[in-house]
Design a protein. Structure first.
Length: 188
């Protein structure tokens, strides 16, 4: 009886491991868009939705990201959101070129720590409308995901296209959390 349970338990564990391995292997590697015109990317973006993450845990609505080219090179990144109590939270960081124009690296750690490689995180633009009306940002592990737009809303057609492409790219779209945009007190 004990041997049967052991064999059955081992079979179940192997089946679960095989299904998990197949599901993991089925997801294609994350790729960024072929070209990003950084000048066109500058300016304010509204967060449409995101994967929940620890550094935005207090953000409730009106989340924006603003990018500005710096005279000395690099990009200033200003992320703002409104908390439940109405207070605006702001995080200021820097972005720098990565392997390609659409694979940037970003940090929100103080500049005196910028020499440390682990303060820089991948910021990959994985989808981009030809007219830059929306962008989808992630990184190679699919742990983080943001859908950004130049306006507080996206058309139903754009939403369908983005979701379809995300599914094709191996993303779990059920994890996306919609960001409420109302009057936007975070806009500056």
């Amino acid at each position: 009886m004990m041997v049967r349970r052991l064999v059955a338990g081992t079979c179940v564990a192997l089946a679960v491991a095989a299904v998990s391995a197949i599901a993991f292997a089925a997801a294609p590697p994350v790729t960024s868009v072929p070209q990003l015109d950084v000048v066109n990317y500058m300016g304010q973006w509204y967060e449409i939705s995101k994967y929940p993450n620890r550094f935005q845990k207090d953000c409730r609505r009106n989340t924006t990201a603003t990018y500005r080219a710096l005279p000395e090179g690099g990009i200033e990144v200003v992320n703002r959101c409104e908390q439940e109590n109405g207070k605006v939270e702001e995080a200021v960081g820097r972005a720098r070129p990565g392997k390609t124009s659409s694979q940037l690296e970003v940090r929100f750690a103080p500049s005196w720590l910028s020499f440390l490689p682990w303060v820089w995180a991948p910021y990959w633009v994985i989808q981009l409308a030809p007219d830059y009306r929306y962008a989808v940002v992630s990184e190679p592990d699919r742990e983080y995901l943001w859908i950004l737009a130049r306006s507080p809303t996206l058309s139903p057609e754009d939403q369908r296209d983005i979701m379809s492409k995300l599914a094709d790219q191996g993303y779990d779209t059920s994890k996306l959390q919609r960001t409420e945009q109302t009057g936007n007190p975070t806009q500056k």
